[in-house]
Design a protein around this ligand. Structure first.
Ligand code: HEC
Length: 159
């Protein structure tokens, strides 16, 4: 205690800082510096954008194979299934002219290998949709694009 003109003051200067406070102080200084170092783009290269992109990338990497597999199998199954449905349409609406087994009759044979109007799936779709001037009726309005595609897939699967 010091006594100045009758006023007594505690001598704060000589008091020791409690150990816990020292540890807390230096701990905060160190973690603050560490934080500055780690999250300053200039020092560590860290950026919000980089982190976002990395996250998105790893997400799409994880999903990509599953998504791809799903669509590929779906496409295979559905084309087979479509051709099967196409055969039912063929039997009902085309066989009377093109024959039970596509061997031809009033209409041309559809077994290939050569086709007057082309042998690709797109060619079949076009001819079946629009018809031809020489006796092949167009099926655009009676079947619609889905069924035309199915029956085209059936014919295409037979040559
Ligand atoms: C009324 C009889 C008739 C019916 C019904 C008919 N077709 Fe035809 N089709 C023809 C004739 C005739 C041709 C030949 C046309 C030509 O030479 O221009 C032909 C041609 C085609 C061709 C083109 C062949 C080639 O060589 O390029 C395809 C494909 C075809 N038909 C598919 C079908 C399908 C599928 C159906 C049923 C949805 C169908 N046709 C129904 C008479 C018919």
């Amino acid at each position: 205690m010091a006594d100045y003109d009758g006023i007594t003051e505690r001598e704060e200067g000589k008091k020791k800082i409690p150990l816990g406070m020292l540890i807390l102080f230096w701990g905060l200084v160190v973690s603050g510096l560490l934080y500055l170092y780690l999250f300053t783009p200039l020092f560590s290269g860290w950026t919000q954008v980089g982190r976002y992109e990395k996250k998105m990338q790893s997400q799409s990497d994880a999903e990509a194979p599953a998504v791809q597999k799903k669509t590929v199998t779906a496409a295979v199954v559905s084309n087979k299934e479509r051709a099967k449905r196409g055969k039912e349409i063929y039997d009902a609406m085309c066989a009377m002219c093109h024959g039970e087994n596509l061997e031809g009759g009033a209409g041309s044979a559809l077994t290939g290998p050569t086709f007057q109007y082309g042998d690709s799936l797109q060619d079949h779709i076009r001819v079946i949709t629009k018809g031809t001037p020489k006796g092949m009726p167009g099926f655009e309005s009676s079947l619609g694009p889905e069924k035309v595609r199915n029956v085209s897939l059936y014919i295409h699967s037979q040559h």
